[in-house]
Design a protein around this ligand. Structure first.
Ligand code: ATP
Length: 613
């Protein structure tokens, strides 16, 4: 039996985390996954619950914190294992070749090292290793990450091998997996939220409160700590905080402007939908943070936006949102999204800043000088935004009109497209038009250029499996099993198999992208009727374009929604591009696909009438 936790139960044995991770590998259902998490969180003392939440998700903190990478490649890991278990690197490599998994290699070597070599007291001492606590593991990993510069390689090695030497076999396996980055995507945020609601709020009824707190402060560790230390009440009146990203509010999509106006209550803000990168800009005095759509800290990528924000936002403290768009350096005309991505790939940021200048078009404010504005209406927020920003041509308020006139919206749409924007956003302005963080609602609706074309809209789907190619592509994973997201049940449900649209280069890169994500069995968050050659951890999002949506008995997305035993699939799906700015949970949802299918049906039914217009 494990000894009691030190310091009056203020820590948790790391063994508990390792054994939970071990069980997770074998379960295939989401419910079991949640229950397992509930079990471990119940055991965890409040003081370390944030660390457990991070570790179990394979990280040392939320993405936006911009924590340094652990900086341990495969070679160094092999060396650390050899040092820990006093064996040669060649021996570790040999084992690696035969087992094919460094985590298991460490597990094996740790078991051998701990095997009693003598009888009596000596044997007991050798087997009974000092037990590792969650804090020891977490803090050491943090120290490894922060070891930078001269001598850091040795320090990292020493820290890691020390940790492995003290780890029990199972613990060693998961420490190695963690260092390899192979735990990263196992448990989704929604599952952690479910588990937290059960443990600290008594069940599903507490879920909205926990979720709202997380939406306003995107740090699951922090939310878990608050809950464990102060209870559910502490989350009730939580507000935004400068430096912690708010999960972005999202838009539904629509096809008929008349319908969209009805949906938002008749009168709306209609504004340009710019084609760039979403940015949430936080300002506190001279300190500026910029967070991406998936809440990564992208401040360093946009020094020009930082200085514009510093100069042009007049409030001492503010959180505003806008779109960063590439512009032509000479004419200041809008340039396509791809050009902005070009900027992101380059390292010499100050040079690229000149080659691909950008403009920012602001469309919301969520917080200003101590006031949480998320519960204010859009028109109120817009007034505050206009008050606190001193605009220029390249740091402006998004172009908009307030109207109830469909024709005026059409004019703005055509003008927007002509000027290089993607289309328009229609936004509700009624008295419930709040900023609903982290949610896709009919308060904002996008109406895009491609909705007018005959082709279906693109969708963003998650890779959950892959198939080997034949002929020229033999031995290569060359088609992907793609899934949509069901946020209700936190599941990925398959929609189609994509085999076209990849360039040779993309195919080659894809092998590397998929390698660390391969799994022995289906991930518990995936629901599939198709069995791919290789299961893939849901992590990568790709934009897919197809000819149309069809009913299909093969796929689990929208199963039984239209007809019993049949789901929805995409005909002639084609890979367009990767969407690294999206997390798997940001993929197109099952409900959206169902809506798209229904509106496709309506379009067919209404076709003659539309042509007559
Ligand atoms: P898409 O895939 O269509 O770009 P998305 O799935 O990334 O959209 P949505 O919420 O569906 O995100 O569409 C809204 C996105 O459009 C925002 O995330 C933002 O980046 C961008 N955008 C451009 N102009 C505006 C605007 N005026 N108001 C709100 N969002 C805007």
């Amino acid at each position: 039996m494990a000894p009691p936790a030190k310091e009056g139960g203020e820590d948790l044995e790391f063994e508990a985390v390792a054994s939970a991770l071990d069980q997770m590998e074998r379960i295939t259902s989401r419910t079991q996954l949640t229950l397992l998490l509930v079990g471990i969180l119940k055991k965890t003392p409040a003081r370390v619950i944030d660390k457990v939440v991070y570790l179990i998700q394979g990280k040392i903190g939320p993405e936006w914190k911009d924590l340094p990478e652990l900086g341990i490649g495969e070679k160094m890991l092999i060396k650390a294992i050899s040092l820990a278990y006093r064996t040669s690197e060649q021996q570790v490599e040999r084992l690696y070749k035969s087992i094919g998994d460094l985590g298991k290699v460490a597990e094996t070597l740790s078991a051998r090292a701990g095997r009693p070599a003598a009888s009596g007291l000596l044997a007991f001492m050798e087997t009974e290793k000092a037990s590792l606590t969650v804090s020891r593991v977490y803090d050491t990993l943090l120290r490894i990450a922060y070891a930078q510069g001269e001598g850091s390689r040795d320090l990292k090695l020493r820290l890691l091998s020390g940790l492995l030497a003290d780890a029990k076999p199972k613990e060693a396996k998961y420490i190695v997996r963690f260092v390899e980055g192979r735990l990263r995507v196992g448990i989704g945020d929604a599952t952690v939220l479910d588990a937290l609601a059960i443990v600290f709020g008594g069940g599903a009824q507490a879920r909205p409160i926990v979720e709202r707190a997380y939406n306003l402060r995107a740090d699951l560790g922090m939310v878990a700590s608050l809950l464990a230390q102060k209870g559910l009440e502490a989350l009730q009146d939580i507000g935004p905080m400068i430096g912690i990203p708010i999960r972005p509010m999202l838009a539904e999509r629509g096809k008929s402007l008349e319908e969209l106006f009805k949906k938002v209550g008749g009168k709306a803000i209609v504004e340009y939908k710019y084609d760039g990168e979403r940015a949430q800009i936080h300002k506190k005095d001279d300190q500026i943070y910029i967070f991406s759509r998936r809440m990564e800290n992208i401040t360093n990528m946009y020094p020009d936006v930082v200085s514009m924000a510093r100069e042009r936002i007049k409030a001492r403290e503010a959180i505003v949102e806008g779109e960063i768009v590439a512009i032509d350096p000479e004419t200041l005309e809008l340039r396509p999204f791809q050009e902005l991505m070009h900027r992101k790939r380059k390292h010499d940021i100050y040079r690229v800043m000149k080659e691909v200048p950008v403009a920012v078009f602001l469309f919301d404010v969520l917080y200003a000088d101590g006031k949480d504005l998320t519960k204010r209406t859009l028109l109120e927020r817009r007034r505050v935004l206009e008050d606190i920003v001193d605009p220029t041509e390249t740091f402006a308020i998004a172009k908009y009109v307030v109207t109830d006139d469909v024709n005026e919206a059409w004019r703005l749409f055509l003008e927007a497209v002509e000027e290089g924007a993607e289309g328009i956003m229609i936004k509700a302005i009624h008295d419930k038009s709040y900023y609903v963080a982290g949610v896709r609602e009919w308060l904002w609706i996008k109406f895009k250029r491609d909705y007018k074309s005959e082709m279906m809209d693109t969708v963003d789907l998650v890779v959950v499996g892959a198939f080997y190619g034949r002929g020229k592509r033999g031995g290569m994973l060359s088609s992907l099993l793609m899934a949509a997201y069901d946020p209700e049940r936190d599941l990925f449900k398959t929609v189609c198999k994509v085999a076209t649209g990849f360039s040779d280069e993309e195919l080659a890169n894809m092998q590397e992208l998929l390698e660390p994500l391969k799994r022995q069995s289906k991930h518990p968050r995936v629901e599939s009727r198709v069995k791919p050659d290789v299961w893939i951890e849901p992590s990568l999002v790709a934009e897919i374009l197809g000819a149309e949506l069809t009913l299909s008995p093969m796929h689990s997305c929208c199963l039984d929604a239209i007809r019993q035993g049949v789901g929805i699939s995409i005909r002639f799906p084609r890979f367009i591009r990767w969407r690294p700015d999206k997390r798997p949970e940001d993929a197109t949802t099952e409900e959206e696909l169902l809506e798209m299918y229904k509106s496709q049906l309506r379009k067919v039914e209404e076709a003659p009438a539309q042509e007559a217009v």
